[in-house]
Ligand binder design. Structure first.
Ligand code: HSE
Length: 338
């Protein structure tokens, strides 16, 4: 954390004419985890987005938050603070602490966003930016909110980013670990620790798939047979995670709802999945809404071999695609101050 010129006490705004700077970080996340559409996600340790907030006691006309720079997005993200996910969630946070924590902020926050996650990748890019911004804003204001409270604003950010307020990226981006969303209204989140030797191979092919489009291809209704199969797998996956039963985790990574509809949108999906399984992965599926694909393994060594095989398969599929690979354990910490 960068503090200039002197640290302030929790809950107290800086001295007159002073500035304070905080840098937040939040990592990539994988939503759905195969069978848990919109109700299960996890965070990996890297890569992630950084948000640097500078607080000044000098109010400026217009919005209390302004975006001074965005790097790494190729100019794609909006600079309007109400339209950009990272600034939008800070505005919501400020409204909330004014109404519920009696903190009436009258100064100004300048926001710099350093994007390291690719956009429209299925790696929870918008959630990482929102989570990094929120952890930094909370720190700037003396930590008036718990991480659980921050998740609410991050979910609202998802609505701005893709039109759907799903929590399976936003919640693990802030809380770390696996997070199960038992209920959205009211929000009821359960964090699930990861088995010690569980590793994720996350492969991002160099193509984009917008979440809003990937959601539009999903069925509006499903049969009781399909639902039964899906919730059997979700329950078993959670049991496997809690008991470190790697075989059960592998058997449960089955998605009969979203994967069949989205797989055709990802060139080479079936070849990549087969390559992962042939190389010893416990299981493999689409990361969030895609086009990234994740696989689980029970050792780092296997996860590296699995990831390499997945990259090769993308390269040799009918539509050859270059890709990036990250091999990571599950991130325990969630969003943090750097
Ligand atoms: N649960 C969301 C979806 C995740 O599948 O649309 C988006 O990354």
């Amino acid at each position: 954390m960068d503090v200039n010129p002197t640290p302030t006490s929790p809950g107290i705004l800086p001295e007159k004419n002073s500035m304070k700077t905080v840098r937040g970080f939040a990592s990539a996340t994988v939503g759905n985890v195969a069978c848990g559409f919109d109700v299960l996600g996890f965070a990996i340790t890297e890569p992630g987005d950084e948000v640097i907030l500078t607080l000044s006691d000098q109010a400026q006309s217009g919005s209390p938050v302004s975006i001074v720079s965005i790097t790494g997005d190729g100019g794609a993200l909006p600079l309007d603070p109400k339209k950009n996910t990272s600034s939008f969630v800070v505005l919501k946070f400020l409204e909330y602490i004014r109404a519920h924590k009696q903190i009436d902020f009258t100064g100004h926050i300048s926001l710099e966003l350093k994007k390291h996650l690719p956009l429209s990748s299925g790696m929870g890019s918008s959630a990482a930016s929102a989570a990094a911004a929120l952890i930094a804003a909370n720190e700037l204001m003396g930590n008036p909110c718990s991480k659980m409270e921050l998740v609410h604003f991050a979910i609202e950010g998802e609505r701005v980013a893709c039109g759907s307020a799903h929590a399976d990226n936003a919640a693990p981006a802030i809380l770390g670990n696996f997070v199960l969303i038992r209920s959205y209204t009211p929000l009821d989140l359960i964090t699930i620790p990861s088995p010690e030797h569980l590793y994720c191979s996350l492969v991002h092919p160099h193509t984009e798939l917008r979440t809003a489009y990937a959601r539009s291809v999903l069925p509006k209704e499903i049969s009781l047979k399909t639902a039964t199969e899906q919730w059997g797998n979700v329950g078993a996956l959670v049991a496997g995670l809690l008991t470190s039963d790697y075989d059960l985790i592998g058997r449960s990574l089955v998605d009969v709802i979203a994967e069949p509809k989205r797989a055709p949108l990802i060139p080479g999906f079936f070849e990549v999945k087969q390559a992962a399984l042939d190389s010893g992965a416990l299981g493999c599926s689409i990361a969030g809404s895609g086009p990234s694909i994740f696989a689980f393994s029970s050792s780092e060594k296997t996860a590296i071999a699995v990831g390499d095989a997945m990259k090769e398969a993308f390269l040799h599929s009918k539509t050859p695609l270059q890709s990036d690979l990250w091999v990571s354990p599950i991130c325990k910490e969630g969003a943090r101050i750097m």
